[in-house]
Design a binder for this molecule. Structure first.
Ligand SMILES: [Zn+2]
Length: 275
């Protein structure tokens, strides 16, 4: 059994602030320790379910948050920036299941450190009319390769947000969001236990899990913070302006749709104010 783990950081128990999850943040060392603990719990859970290969794709910020030698089970590690498939780089049809670890809520949600790919550019994303966070967008890649998404971990918002796009996905709630910068957390040891057991259980019923099946052709609606970002987004093929700050991206190929969305994320970075 080959298992793919896409690792974000904002959804890890104990994390509530950017200072804990950006490399030059004053509390990054703590955030990183908490992250390693949860990643290893997911790896252990996969191994207990019979995994013979585990790939960890570091998908947070500059995407080199994990000390490779600290990964359990001699898991393979994919790291670094400017990956064309970003949070889903490295996934292919040889994998039996994917796990989304340490995920956070969509920008439109009150979850901890909520955002959708870029908090300084994107106000909302909807696929076929349903608001989505990163899980739903990443599900497009899993759909292309026919890989089910078995588990998502994070606060109480990530499971319900992923459910419309990832059929049968199990949610492991390691903290309860109180506001965008506050949460009540499970103790890290409890969070790790929940993740390990949750992953083992979900992979144990893999036979009953189906890959994402988002209806195609699909429409991805992206609302930006400013109209000039929406204007710039229309420079990409198959993107049309639908109102002052919103564009719609249409297509019938899930992987092309995902890559067009990622292009739009990269492109609009040029318009972000740094003050
Ligand atoms: Zn992140």
């Amino acid at each position: 059994m080959r298992i793919y783990i896409s690792v974000d950081m904002e959804g890890v128990a104990g994390i509530v602030d950017w200072a804990q999850c950006i490399a030059d943040g004053e509390d990054y060392a703590l955030g990183r320790d908490l992250l390693v603990g949860e990643v290893n719990a997911a790896i252990d859970g996969a191994l207990a379910a019979g995994a013979t290969h585990v790939m960890v794709n570091d998908a947070h910020s500059v995407m080199r948050n994990l000390p490779p030698g600290a990964l359990a089970g001699r898991a393979s590690y994919l790291s670094g920036r400017f990956k064309p498939r970003y949070m889903m780089e490295g996934l292919d049809s040889s994998y039996d299941a994917a796990v989304f670890l340490g995920y956070h809520a969509a920008m439109a949600s009150p979850g901890v450190l909520s955002h959708t790919y870029n908090p300084r550019a994107i106000a909302n994303v909807a696929i076929n009319g349903v608001t989505t966070g990163e899980a739903g967008l990443n599900a497009l890649v899993a759909q292309h390769f026919g890989v089910p998404v078995a588990v998502i971990t994070g606060d109480q918002h990530v499971g319900p947000e992923a459910a419309p796009f990832c059929p049968g996905i199990a949610a492991v709630e390691v903290k309860t969001s109180i506001s965008r910068y506050a949460a009540s957390h499970e103790h890290p040891l409890t969070a790790r236990e929940l993740i390990r057991d949750g992953v083992t259980a979900a992979l144990g019923r893999l036979e009953s899990l189906a890959p994402p099946s988002i209806a195609m052709p699909a429409a991805i609606e992206v609302t930006f913070l400013s109209p000039d970002m929406a204007e710039q987004a229309t420079w990409i093929r198959d993107v049309t302006r639908t109102d002052s700050r919103t564009v719609t991206l249409r297509g019938d190929d899930p992987l092309r749709l995902f890559q067009a969305f990622i292009t739009l994320v990269f492109l609009t970075r040029s318009l972000i104010e740094t003050r």
